[in-house]
Design a protein around this ligand. Structure first.
Ligand code: NAP
Ligand code: MG
Length: 424
């Protein structure tokens, strides 16, 4: 990546990461005030995770080289990667700082400028880190933050003739708009990290039912269920359903909503009234379609004036129901039973989404086979939501395309150029 001589130096990005950590308390507070997640999550997950991400790409700057193709010796064919130019990064409100960092790290490290549009509910940390980037030595204008509504600021980025690529995280619906904006403007490149309806499969030979129940509960109730890869569909073998739901409910009892600013809170508030109504609407739809509630189902703590929904479990869902097909983006788990592995895989794949999947089994061949059969960007075996900045993240099908995290994320912010030098 020779052109990265024009990119911000490794040191600038390293300082940027260091400044994020130095300002961790403030950034965590801004994030929690903005979108309602527990302050301990903001402080222990979002902020350090964002700094780690920026630092990973800072370190990558001087560790990747271009290629010389193995042509006939009469030529030197250099295959080089060049930055695209101006990247529009459009991100959602559920992990505002983290989603921004997943775009900023690789986009800046490959030598691009970035125009970042945070979600209108959650612009504070985006604005603050742009200041920190300047303090770290990033030249003025290389990172710009444009807060505003999606229909105006987001669309303007999508339609702009001088934006070379849009890196989007958000809903599948809005992701499709960005494909249209690209077609109607300059054919800008688009990468999409969209929604999900992750199947979390518990096979009868699950090695540890309590461990799995804990993973299922945290997999859907973490971050108030406002997680793109949330394990929102529990696929459990029919013989162990009741016992397993009881185990999940026991864990969920310890994940009740509370004041996001209190240190011990494990589940915070929904981002806003619109999202609260949307989630309650889905709970109503589940009831109307005949699903039974095994746990929760209500808005709580109304006296606080905040938007809190308790962990909710539907016990007898059919995969054709709305609550099994549509992304709820809230603390609502839909339980679906199956009779054998083949049926579990068929149900898992019966969705427009393909962001993630998980299965619990002690049989190593089942693990390998099912992991290959699930159409999703990541499959977890005997764990949930495991990952690292070194591993790629992104979806199959209508969960989008392109990957965040890992060295692979750098590819989409560059174009390949061939320079063929004829020697004789
Ligand atoms: P969203 O409504 O799709 O919005 C995402 C971003 O797009 C926001 O900045 C939004 O701006 C903007 N936007 C909205 N309408 C637009 C339009 N017509 N033209 C251009 N831009 C527009 O998603 P969200 O409600 O913020 O977040 C929840 C969704 O994000 C879920 O579907 C979730 O699965 C997905 N998500 C995916 C991942 C992943 O990595 N796959 C990660 C996190 C979240 P405003 O909000 O300011 O209007
Ligand atoms: Mg929005």
């Amino acid at each position: 990546m020779g052109q990265r001589i024009a990119s911000p130096s490794k040191k600038v990005l390293q300082r940027f990461a260091a400044l994020i950590l130095e300002n961790a308390d403030q950034l965590a507070l801004l994030e929690t005030i903005d979108m309602g997640k527990p302050i301990s999550d903001s402080r222990l997950i979002d902020v350090p995770g964002s700094a780690k991400c920026i630092n990973f790409y800072a370190e990558a700057v001087d560790k990747i080289s271009d290629e010389i193709a193995p042509t006939d010796p009469s030529a030197v064919a250099m295959v080089v990667r060049e930055p695209l130019g101006v990247i529009g990064a459009v991100v959602p409100w559920n992990f505002p700082l983290m989603m921004a960092s997943w775009k900023l790290g690789p986009a800046l490290a490959t030598g691009n400028s970035v125009v970042l549009k945070p979600a209108e509910q959650s612009s504070l940390t985006a604005i603050r880190i742009a200041q920190l980037a300047v303090d770290a030595g990033l030249p003025a204008g290389v990172l710009q933050v444009v807060p505003g509504m999606g229909e105006t600021a987001g669309q303007a980025i999508g339609m702009h003739m001088d934006v070379d690529m849009v890196a989007f995280t958000g809903s599948t619906e809005v992701g499709k708009y960005f494909m249209q904006y690209s077609g109607k403007s300059n054919l800008k490149r688009v990468s999409l990290e969209c929604g999900g309806k992750t199947p979390h499969i518990i096979l009868p030979d699950c090695p540890d039912l309590d461990k799995a129940a804990s993973a299922v509960a945290w997999g859907i109730f973490f971050n108030q269920g406002e997680v793109c890869n949330a394990g929102s569909r529990l696929l459990v073998h029919e013989d162990i359903r009741d016992d397993f739901i009881a185990r999940v409910a026991k864990v969920a009892a310890g994940i009740q909503p509370g004041d996001p600013l209190a240190a011990g809170t494990k589940m915070g508030a929904m981002v806003d009234e619109t999202q609260t109504d949307r989630v309650l609407g889905y709970i109503e739809a589940g009831r109307a379609e005949g699903a039974s509630i095994a746990l929760g189902g209500n808005r709580v703590m109304t006296e606080s004036g905040g938007y809190y929904i308790e962990p909710t479990i539907f016990s007898n869902v059919d995969n054709s129901m709305k609550i099994a097909q549509e992304e709820i983006f809230g603390p609502v788990l839909s339980t679906i039973t199956f009779k054998n592995v083949e049926e579990a895989v068929a149900i898992a794949n019966d969705t427009i989404y393909g962001l993630a999947g998980a299965l619990w089994t002690r049989d190593v061949s089942t693990a390998h086979k099912v992991a290959r059969q699930i159409k999703a960007g990541v499959v977890w075996v005997n764990c949930f939501d495991a990952g690292d900045i070194t591993t790629p993240f992104g979806g199959f099908k209508q969960s989008g395309f392109g990957r965040d995290k890992s060295l692979h994320a750098m590819e989409k912010y560059t174009d390949l150029k061939l320079i063929w030098l004829q020697l004789d």
